[in-house]
Write a protein that binds this ligand. Sequence first.
Ligand code: ADP
Length: 254
Amino acid sequence: MTRRVVSAVKVGKSFGPLQVLTEVSLDVHLGEVVCIIGPSGSGKTTFLRCINQLESISAGALWVDGELTGYRRVGDALHPLSEREILRQRRSTGMVFQRFHLFPHLTALGNIIEGPARILKRPMAQVREEGMALLERVGLADKANAYPAQLSGGQQQRVAIARALAMQPKLILFDEPTSALDTELVGEVLQVMRDLARSGMTMIVVTHELKFAAEVADRVVFMDAGRILEEAPPSALLYQPQHDRTKRFLSSFA
Ligand code: ADP
């Protein structure tokens, strides 16, 4: 059995009286690609944000890269971690957002090397060399000195992926990475993600790109109203769904 990079056990999340996640349990193993699909408002983004500790969970437990997130166990008691400890834990996880979130005042290369240089305090020459190699990997070696405003949405998203990779994460979370892009730019971003998946990166991808999920995912998870309704390899979940709710959701794509 390969190592679990994420293990969620009955995770719950509420915003005030609004329960957004209910008993969400999911294991993701090293090198796996898991796609999460489901209707808008079903809690997909919130679940990713909990894994990355941008939100704290209200119930259950969540392990990332072998560590219980947010808490330290002392005997039978759980003590909340300090902000500093949470920042350290968060480094094992990269996140790629729907709307890129690049720093507008930094070049493509500047965006990529900011984390390794400033947060990891690694030597600048090495960080720049690795940054250039990452730009090459996402097909943007010639855009190192371009600012985000000078790049297309697809190019910005590829820089965002390179920036996530620069921190050498154990896992990358993608939150609808192509949904803000014009149709003709979707393919180039999916291609970079496909290459990343083939390279063995562990990935959780919230997406409406069912063709991508069918081709790249090891497993597809269907969420509805804050719960995981079913999970299965793509061939089963996308083509022979068990739940009526999943069938209805999938038929809306036909
Ligand atoms: P999805 O990604 O599946 O579209 P989300 O996780 O974005 O779903 O949202 C799930 C529900 O949680 C929605 O009803 C949304 O309005 C609510 N929600 C998300 N973030 C917050 C927040 N910070 N405060 C209050 N409600 C939130």
